[in-house]
Design a protein around this ligand. Structure first.
Ligand code: FES
Length: 74
């Protein structure tokens, strides 16, 4: 039996004022970003922007209380 990798935050270089779509359904193959696979669920992506261009750690485990950002809950 193969073990699933332990989820870790993904470091993403994000651009100021660009709109990003964070996956909330866990079905995206491009996590942490939405790839449209939520279409058969009731979930919608979380749209967000950042105020400055910078490297951001986005949650990939779904445990954060501050989505889309990693809060160390993993
Ligand atoms: S694919 Fe998960 S919210 Fe869009």
């Amino acid at each position: 039996m193969t073990q699933k990798p332990i989820p870790t935050p993904k470091a993403c270089h994000l651009t100021k004022d660009k709109t990003y779509a964070y996956c909330t359904c866990n079905k995206s193959e491009d996590r942490p970003f939405c790839d449209g696979n939520h279409k058969d669920t009731v979930r919608k992506p979380l749209l967000f922007k950042i105020p400055e261009t910078e490297m951001i750690f986005l949650c990939t485990c779904g445990s954060t209380q501050n989505a889309p950002y990693c809060d160390g809950s993993h």
